[in-house]
Each structure stands twice: as C-alpha cells, then as structure tokens.
Design a protein around this ligand. Structure first.
Ligand code: MEV
Length: 303
C-alpha cells in the first residue's frame, strides 16, 4: 500500500497568508511517497541521518496522525524526490502522504478534505501554527488561491484554472533559514510596527488576488509582473537576502516573466522563475552549477 503527497511552490503571498491575506500556490510533480507494511504496532521507520530533535518531531507527528485516523498497526517508510527543508513544502508533502496512507490503512477512501484534516494535525507538530496553505495545496493537487478566515486557525483553497500551461523553474540558493525562525522574526517586527507591516501584507494580498485573476485569464505576463512586485514587497518585509536576490536577477536575465523567492525566505532557500520554455533554462542553470528543476503547476499538459 502506498500514497503520495505533492510538494508545493507559492507563486504569490507567503507570510502575508499567515495574517489572513490570500496566497496563490501550486503543487509540484515532485513530492513524498509513503509505503506501509503490516506490523505489530503503528510505527514510522526513520533514516539514521536525522538528528534527535528531527526524529522526535517526526515520531510525534506520525503518532498524532495514527491516533486521528485510527489506523491498524503498520510500519511506514518514506521516500522523497523533492529537496527537503528548502521551502518546497516537504513537511506538508510528508504529512499528506502519511495522512492518505493511514486513512487507506484504516479502510477509508481518503477525500482531499480528510487528507487536509489529518495532515493539519501533523503540520502543527512541525510548524506550531502554520497558515494551512502548504498542506491544502499538497492535498488538493491543484493551483489554489488560499485564504485563512479571519480569526480562524485554518482556511480554504479555491481552485484557479489556468487555460495555459504554467511552468516554473525552481532553483536553490544560499543556506536556508528554518521557517519557524523567519515567521517568528517577522512576527516580532509586525508586533512592534503593526500598521506599517499590515499595509505591506494588504498589498501582497491584492497582488496575489490580481495574480490569480491573471492566471485564469491566461495572462502570464501579468502573473510574472505580480511575482516581481511580490518579491519587492517580501524584501521590504526583510525576508530576502543577497543569495536569494542574486538568483532572482539571474532568472530574470534568463528571460523569466517573473521571479521571486518562494516559501519562508531568509538567508537562502528556493527561488522560482516563471518561464514559457523551462527546459533550456534548466540546462543553462545546471551548466552554471545551480541546483534546479522545472515543474508544471497547472494548465493543459502536452500529450
Ligand atoms: C511556508 O511555506 C509559508 C509561510 O507563509 C508560512 C505559512 O504559510 O504557514 C512562510
């Protein structure tokens, strides 16, 4: 028995989504696969390379999912074809894969709503109080405009259909800071100067809504512009850094319609570029020694 959870990229609206503003995100074809075999107790087999705190966190998250689903005793192993802990939603992908698998093991045909519910319980172990954007995108496996309801712990994703193929090139730059750290540091600045930061969050929310409308209208140039503006606003929030900026400019020089950091930002992490023809860009970047891959997030697929 096996189940898959997709990684994700945020096209528009990370961080401001935590404060109740809309964000646009799409699923990657890369993700995490969970496999189960019958066992004496419900357990997760973990790679020896993980640190003690990582093991404790994963074990606690898995125990929570086993409890919520009422799964029978199974031993679960994980396999990822997604770079881990770089802002591409690997913990959400793992949570969705485990949620689907344990629900299946418990005899249910998991709907994406069920997967979201169980993955949410796991994500709280990983991130404390996440917006819910990552695992909702992973479970829905579609481009979504997500918004957390004001005052609510979690929100809902509205599917955005794209009449055109939406390709991103995903690159990795610098040394990534943990999401908890960047979210926490921003929370401190926001608490100190709330109205200044709220203005920036509100503008990012507007840009995200405009970007979603641009996607639905097939206007990828307008989406690219929204991504560039969002990058400027993320820098204003103090979430960018020299390695991320350098990669953003490199992608724009290679013809990106738009380029920005994706995920938590900080000292490093993932940077995305929107391209009509991603393959030659990946080849050029790899020749330059950049770790990268491309993924189609939405729209008609070439047959
Ligand atoms: C992390 O992938 C996205 C953030 O907006 C945090 C969250 O949404 O919980 C930085």
């Amino acid at each position: 028995m096996s189940a898959f959870g997709a990684g994700k990229v945020i096209l528009l609206g990370e961080h401001s989504v935590v404060y109740g503003h809309p964000a646009l995100a799409g699923p990657l074809s890369q993700g995490v696969t969970a496999r189960a075999v019958p066992a004496k107790s419900c357990q997760l087999s973990l790679p020896a390379t993980l640190s003690r705190p990582q093991r404790a966190q994963l074990t606690a998250a898995f125990a929570r999912a086993a409890e919520v689903t009422g799964a029978p005793p199974v031993k679960v192993s994980l396999e990822a074809d997604l770079p881990l802990a770089v802002g591409l939603g690997s913990s959400a992908a793992l949570s969705v894969a485990c949620a689907r698998l344990l629900l299946q093991a418990a005899g249910a045909e998991p709907s994406h709503k069920d997967a979201v519910r169980v993955a949410w319980a796991m994500e709280q172990e990983f991130h404390g109080a996440p917006s819910g954007l990552d695992h909702t995108t992973s479970a829905m496996e579609q481009l979504v405009l997500y918004r957390r309801k004001p005052g609510a712990a979690k929100g809902t994703g509205q599917v955005v259909d794209s009449p055109r193929p939406l390709h991103v090139v995903v690159t990795l730059a610098g040394e990534r800071s943990p999401t908890k750290k960047t979210v926490g540091a921003l929370r401190e600045r926001q608490a100190r100067w709330p109205s200044r930061y709220e203005r920036l969050f509100t503008e990012i929310g507007r840009v995200s809504t405009e970007g979603a409308k641009a996607v639905a209208a097939g206007d990828l140039e307008a989406l690219g512009d929204a991504m560039n503006v969002n990058q400027g606003l993320l820098a204003a929030l103090g979430l960018s850094s020299p390695p991320l900026e350098e990669m953003v400019y490199r992608l724009r020089e290679l013809g990106a319609l738009g380029a920005k950091l994706t995920g938590a930002g900080g000292d490093g992490g993932a940077v995305i570029g929107l391209f009509l023809e991603p393959k030659p860009v990946v080849t050029k970047l790899r020749r330059m020694g950049v770790r990268c891959f491309s993924s189609q997030l939405a729209g008609p697929r070439a047959s």
